[in-house]
Design a protein around this ligand. Structure first.
Ligand code: AGP
Length: 616
């Protein structure tokens, strides 16, 4: 969702701000704007549409030179994606410009108050009220923008990151955050504010986490943080572990293609350092004593979208390996149904971005009920890990494409690690059994590499099926969440009807959807081990085929039982059933990416979507 950049330093602010916005384009947006402070006034340009539209406006109507500026990419909430609603918003007297991410829930009341005071509002946004309120407050506080920001923030409810500049202070940028992301980049003679570190990683790797309800004031040489009451606060400093090239396409046509290809490394990196020489797991990050882990009587996973699908796989692994009951819940539903949790519940919140508002609110609710929350997250310094009791970071590196790929695989790995660790501590499994699974896990990067060898054949399949009206995905056991994930990928990228079903449910209704040549993608479990599962799905494939649908079967090497019923066969290497999602998900990612490409869609930034969903 909205991307925010603020800069004060020695460079031309416009260049820094626009580069930062470009690096955050992946967040999803529908208009963009910038403001710089120059010659005692605010120079603002904003435009609906992509950054290119703003850049062409800047080409025909250049901004004044300035070393202090702010920039914004907007994902519309209040008011359509028009030039007038684009940020920055400037107060009626031209003294303050503001950009905002989030939703100010009491904006209608504030708008009414401003209107009654004779202020004419120029947009339909909730943000504009902040510009007018800041301008009205400044004279009361000796024109101190940070103090005005604190006063105004105390009046706002909802979620907001705000960044503001003042016309007559060319050397100050002020930011504030409640529930929405904002990080500080500390440079040498320059400082940055941004929704995420990718905006300033080309300039500095030194970052500071801002806490909840804090205001930060930047000049070239200083960073001052307080809470909303003005009490000084010390932000947590950290070094970003990746560099700017990690967030570039590196020769691939799309970020998604690059991120699919990076999966073997992402999985290997996520395993790194978590297994000792004896094959035992060492997850100190869980920050739970063995005694506390033994007291857990239930695990609840909360997540959204792809992360939720990782959670569904976690349920199979956790229950099988630990014998602890596990519930998996869409974070957006969790706190509204009065869930039964207490201090013996381990809540696992899974999130790539660490900023998903639904997941954040669910975890806060869980903590209020005394549950212990473990975050599985890919983004250092983000809100979800910061508010959790413990965090297990996935090491996927920056995921730029809106459609999650490498983050999903690393979330699966993290879930397996947690499940095995709990089994190890609680003694549900013998050490040699755990060591065997761990060895299998360590071999997965090699196997994912082998699956990537099927990329061309899967792309050819997608090109052939690009005119299909709909695609169905079916699977059993852990193949079921993989089917859901395959369908989600296709929906978000190819904008077509796609649905995932538990294969056994087909006959209870969805089988009516089958028609001649309808593509049905079947995730087949290993024929080894739980062969009943395999036999059942072979029957399901036959049921589908018998109704004229076209079957695309993802099956293990050497599984010949499915061959007679497969119109198309995609092979994955042998592996234990529980780990198979790490392999079977990959061709489905490639399929969706290729389908979107064949249809001429923007693969990395699908319509209407945002990478990090910071509103409920
Ligand atoms: C998946 O491709 C989507 N980008 C989306 O479903 C995503 O997984 C979901 O919004 C959760 O995001 P998070 O992992 O950052 O919390």
């Amino acid at each position: 969702m909205c991307g925010i950049v603020g800069y004060v330093g020695e460079k031309q602010a416009l260049q820094v701000v626009v580069d930062g916005l470009r690096r955050m384009e992946y967040r999803g947006y529908d208009s963009a704007g910038v403001a710089v402070v120059a010659d005692g006034r605010l120079d603002v340009r904003k435009k609906a549409g992509k950054l290119a539209n703003l850049e062409s406006l800047l080409g025909s109507d250049p901004l004044a030179q300035s070393t202090t500026g702010i920039g914004h990419t907007r994902w519309a909430t209040h008011g359509g994606p028009t030039d007038a609603n684009a940020h920055p918003h400037v107060s009626a007297d031209g003294s303050v410009a503001v950009i905002h991410n989030g939703i100010i829930e009491n904006f209608a009341e504030l708008r009414a108050e401003l209107a009654a005071a004779g202020v004419v509002l120029a947009s339909d946004t909730d943000t504009e009220v902040v510009a007018h309120l800041l301008a009205a407050t400044l004279p009361e506080v000796g024109d101190d923008l940070a103090e005005a920001m604190r006063i105004v923030c105390r009046r706002l409810s909802g979620a907001f990151t705000l960044v503001a500049v003042r016309a007559d202070r060319p050397d100050v940028v002020v930011g504030a955050r409640r529930n929405s992301p904002l990080v500080v980049g500390r440079g040498d003679g320059e400082n940055f504010l941004a929704s995420d570190v990718s905006a300033f990683i080309a300039h500095t790797r030194h970052a500071l986490e801002l806490g909840q309800d804090q205001v930060v004031t930047l000049t070239r040489d200083s960073i001052v943080v307080t809470d909303f009451d003005g009490t000084p606060a010390t932000p947590n400093a950290y070094e970003v572990t990746w560099d700017a090239s990690a967030a570039e396409k590196g020769g691939y046509d799309t970020f998604m293609a690059k991120e699919i290809a990076e999966q073997p490394k992402a999985v290997a990196d996520t395993l790194l350092g978590r297994i000792d020489v004896d094959g035992r797991l060492a997850l100190d990050e869980m920050r739970m004593t063995d005694g506390e882990l033994r007291e857990v009587d239930k695990v609840v996973v909360i997540a959204c979208g792809t992360a939720y699908h990782a959670g569904l796989v976690a349920k199979y692994a956790l229950e099988h390996w630990t014998r602890l009951p596990c519930e998996v819940e869409l974070a957006s539903e969790f706190r509204y149904r009065d869930p039964v949790i207490d201090r013996r519940t381990l809540v696992v919140a899974i999130s790539q971005s660490g900023e998903t508002m639904d997941t954040l609110m669910a975890l806060r609710y869980a903590r209020e009920q005394d549950a212990r929350v473990l975050a599985i997250c890919n983004t250092q310094g983000s809100t979800i890990p910061r508010e959790s009791d413990a965090v297990l970071y996935t090491h996927a590196g920056p995921e730029v494409a809106v459609a999650s790929t490498k983050a999903f695989l690393t979330q699966l790995v993290a879930c397996y690690l947690v499940a095995l660790y709990v089994a190890q501590v609680r003694g549900n499994k013998f050490g040699d059994e755990i060591a065997m699974v761990v060895r299998e896990l360590a071999d997965m990067p090699r196997k994912i590499d082998l699956v990537l060898d099927t990329t061309e054949e899967v792309e050819a399949l997608a090109a052939m099926l690009q005119d299909a009206r709909s695609v169905l995905f079916i699977g059993r056991h852990v193949g079921y969440p993989v089917a859901l994930e395959g369908a989600l990928k296709l929906k978000e990228l190819a904008y077509m009807h796609a649905e995932g079903f538990a294969a056994g449910e087909l006959k209870h209704g969805p089988i009516a959807l089958l028609e001649d040549r309808l593509p049905v993608i079947v995730v087949v479990p290993s024929p080894r081990g739980r062969s009943v599962l395999h036999e059942k799905i072979v029957s399901n494939v036959q049921e589908v085929r018998a109704r004229g649908a076209r079957t695309i079967v993802i099956a293990e090497e050497g599984d010949d039982a499915v061959v007679p019923y497969a119109d198309h066969l995609v092979r994955v290497p042998e592996c234990p059933t529980l780990l198979q999602p790490l392999l079977a998900a990959v061709p489905l990612q490639v399929f969706a990416c290729a389908m979107a490409t064949a249809k001429g869609h923007d693969v990395d930034q699908p319509r209407n979507l945002a990478k990090s969903v910071t509103v409920e």
